[in-house]
Design a protein around this ligand. Structure first.
Ligand SMILES: [Zn+2]
Length: 173
């Protein structure tokens, strides 16, 4: 039940915004190798009832400071640190606390060998979805090499494209 609904949201995002996702992501990203712009990531956000879906597609460079296989202990630690940050998305894209959103699914792919994009997606179940007003963005403080996030937003009442940056970190839902 849950997983099928999660997939439907993915398809919505994919169909609505024609962005790489899930199974298609790896193939698209490899073809698009170095088509990405370092410093600029993509964030897809969908709200459907009590479900909040967040999907991040970011150049590996922005999260790691390099875009090749880790060759030193420091680089291996950087990969571990980035993965740990991505596994705690509540600090990167925090839903309004009053909405009571609890993370129910997490998916992270880091394939730095090819300098493809890092991919992370999250699903939250929100107890009080009407209280969900915004995402509080900690992404740029966590990953200082990231300069911008292009956001595609899809809610039951709104479809919008906007851009976040260290100077403008408001993401109203
Ligand atoms: Zn690159």
């Amino acid at each position: 039940m849950l997983s099928s609904r999660f997939s439907i949201l993915r398809i919505l995002l994919l169909g609505g915004f024609a962005l790489g996702s899930l199974g298609l992501h790896g193939a698209l990203a490899q073809e698009a190798d170095h088509d990405h712009v370092h410093g600029v990531g993509q964030l897809n956000v969908a709200v459907d009832g009590d479900l909040l879906l967040i999907e991040l597609i970011s150049p590996a460079m922005d999260l790691l400071g390099f875009a090749h296989s880790p060759q030193t202990e420091i680089q291996r630690l950087a990969v571990d640190a980035a993965r740990a940050h991505l596994q705690a998305p509540e600090r990167l894209f925090a839903p309004t606390p009053a909405a009571g959103c609890v993370r129910i699914a997490t998916e992270i792919e880091i394939e730095i060998e090819l300098d493809v994009d890092v991919y992370a997606s999250y699903a939250f179940d929100c107890q009080h979805p009407l209280a969900l007003r915004e995402l509080s963005i900690g992404f740029f403080e966590t990953f200082p090499d990231a300069r911008a996030l292009r956001v595609q937003l899809l809610t039951e009442t709104r479809q919008d494209a906007l851009e976040l940056s260290p100077d403008d970190q408001r993401l109203p839902l």
